[in-house]
Ligand binder design. Sequence first.
Ligand code: ZN
Length: 136
Amino acid sequence: MNLSHIEHIGIAVKSLETAIPYYEEVLGLKCYNVEEVVEQKVKTAFFMVGQTKIELLESTDPEGPIGKFIAKKGEGVHHLAFAVKDLEGALVDAEGKGVQLIDKTPRGGAEGLSIAFLHPKSTMGVLTELCEDKNK
Ligand code: ZN
């Protein structure tokens, strides 16, 4: 597959209200977007570092994926997202090489990206997201 850069790093937090001031006041980044992704049961906040984003994820429901992650592992790095050209092709390629896919076909993510996740069982424990920006 053809990866261009790390699109974002997803970080699970208990509270955006608590986490955003750390990223802004200590790290000196600017939160440029807060968005709720209803189907994922999360509220997200975005910061830009070079061409990579930090995506903070606060659960809106204890039964959602981030709610369960925090209950099990606590706050911390949740996933790594790579920008890829031809997401459909990348998924076919990964599956052909024996990687277990969470999403067999791309779906809509935050910020209008097409996204799909690879299963951490196949990626040495790193939940891996592939994203394609179809507007580029
Ligand atoms: Zn993500």
